[in-house]
Design a protein around this ligand. Structure first.
Ligand code: A2P
Length: 301
C-alpha cells in the first residue's frame, strides 16, 4: 500500500478503514477482515464508541503492532484535558500509543453538560466551554507527542482555523494531518492546496458520501467507473489518492471492504473531470453537522 510522509517522518498508508457509524459488534469483524486483506491503517475516535472492539480485532489479527497505523481522536469534552482523553482511548484500544491523535472538532464542550457525548444547554444549544479555545487545546496536545501519540493533528479544520492555529505563539508543532469531509461534492481544493503548502496531510472522511450516498449514482462518476470496469466507490477512493489525500472509506460489508481496497490509477483527465464536478452541482456538505458554523466552517471553496 502506498504511503504519504507525515511531518514527523512517519509513513501513513494512503488508504485506511473508516469506522464512524460501525457498531462495536460490526466493527470487530470489519477490522479483522480488513487486516486479513492487507489494510494496515484503521481510523477511529473516542466518540465512535467502538475503540474496544477495534483493539480486540487488532490483537486477534496477530499482525505486529509496528506494521499498523492507528488513528483516534480527542472528543470535545476532553479539550481541557487532552491527556485524559488520550489515556481513555488507549485503555479502550489496549494500546500503548497511537500513530496519530487528532482533535476531533475545534470546539471545546463542557463535560458536565446534559449529555455526556454531545453536551447541550437547556435551550438546546451546545454547551461550549467559555474562556478556552482550540489553540489552548492544541497547546496541551503538543505535550502528548512521544507520550501516547506518535503524531498529533486536527480534524474539521478549515483554512481560517488552521491559519489561526499556526499563527498562535503557543503553537510549536504543525499538525501532521487534518481530517475533513472530502468528496467530489465538497472537494475543498483551497484547503488541499493550503495543507500541501504547510506540509499537513489532508485526510478524507466520508469519501463515498456516507450512507445512501448520491455520489455512487452520479452519472459522470458512473461513466468513469464503466471505463475502468470498477465500482463507482473505487473511482471515488482512487480520485482521493490521485489528488494526494489519505482516504478513509467506511464499510462493515466484507465484499465492499475487499473491493474498496482495489485502487486504480486514474488518468489525469479523469481526475480533473472529478475535480470540476462541483461546478455543475454546487458545493455541499453531505454529512458534517452544521453546528456552530461560525466556529467550525467559515467558507467552502
Ligand atoms: P456498509 O458499511 O454497510 O458496507 P463513507 O466512507 O463515505 O462514510 O461511506 C460509507 C457508506 O458507504 C456506508 O453506508 C457503507 O455501507 C457504504 N459503502 C462502503 N463501501 C461501499 C461500496 N463499495 N459500495 C457501496 N456502498 C459502500
Amino acid at each position: 500500500m502506498a504511503t504519504l510522509k507525515l511531518n514527523n517522518n512517519a509513513e501513513i498508508p494512503v488508504l485506511g478503514l473508516g469506522t464512524w457509524q460501525s457498531s462495536p459488534e460490526e466493527v470487530y469483524n470489519a477490522v479483522l477482515h480488513a487486516l486479513k486483506l492487507g489494510y494496515r491503517h484503521i481510523d477511529t475516535a473516542f466518540a465512535y464508541g467502538n475503540e474496544e472492539s477495534i483493539g480486540k480485532a487488532i490483537r486477534d489479527s496477530g499482525i505486529p503492532r509496528e506494521q499498523l497505523f492507528i488513528t483516534t481522536k480527542l472528543w470535545c469534552t476532553f479539550h481541557k484535558n487532552p491527556s485524559d482523553g488520550l489515556k481513555e482511548s488507549l485503555t479502550r484500544l489496549g494500546l500503548d500509543q497511537v500513530d496519530l491523535y487528532l482533535m476531533h472538532w475545534p470546539v471545546p464542550l463542557n463535560p458536565n453538560g446534559n449529555d455526556p457525548k454531545f453536551p447541550t444547554l437547556p435551550d438546546g444549544n451546545r454547551d461550549i466551554v467559555q474562556g478556552w479555545n482550540f489553540i489552548d487545546t492544541w497547546r496541551e496536545m503538543q505535550k502528548l507527542v512521544g507520550h501516547g501519540a506518535k503524531a498529533i493533528g486536527v480534524s474539521n479544520f478549515d483554512v481560517y482555523n488552521l491559519e489561526k492555529l499556526l499563527q498562535a505563539s503557543s503553537t510549536t508543532v504543525v499538525p501532521a494531518a487534518n481530517q475533513v469531509e472530502l468528496h467530489p461534492h465538497l472537494p475543498q481544493h483551497k484547503l488541499l492546496a493550503y495543507c500541501k503548502e504547510k506540509g499537513i496531510v489532508l485526510e478524507a472522511y466520508s469519501p463515498l458520501g456516507s450512507t445512501n450516498s448520491p455520489l455512487l449514482t452520479e452519472p459522470a462518476l458512473v461513466k468513469i467507473a464503466e471505463k475502468y470496469h470498477v465500482h463507482t466507490a473505487t473511482v471515488l477512493i482512487s480520485w482521493a489518492i490521485w489528488r494526494g489525500t489519505v482516504v478513509l472509506p467506511k464499510s462493515v460489508t466484507p465484499k465492499r471492504i475487499e473491493s474498496n481496497f482495489e485502487v486504480i490509477k486514474l488518468e489525469d483527465e479523469d481526475g480533473k473531470i472529478i475535480d470540476n464536478l462541483y461546478k455543475e452541482i454546487g458545493v455541499r456538505r453531505i454529512i458534517s453537522p452544521n453546528w456552530y458554523p461560525e466556529v467550525v466552517f467559515h467558507s467552502d471553496d
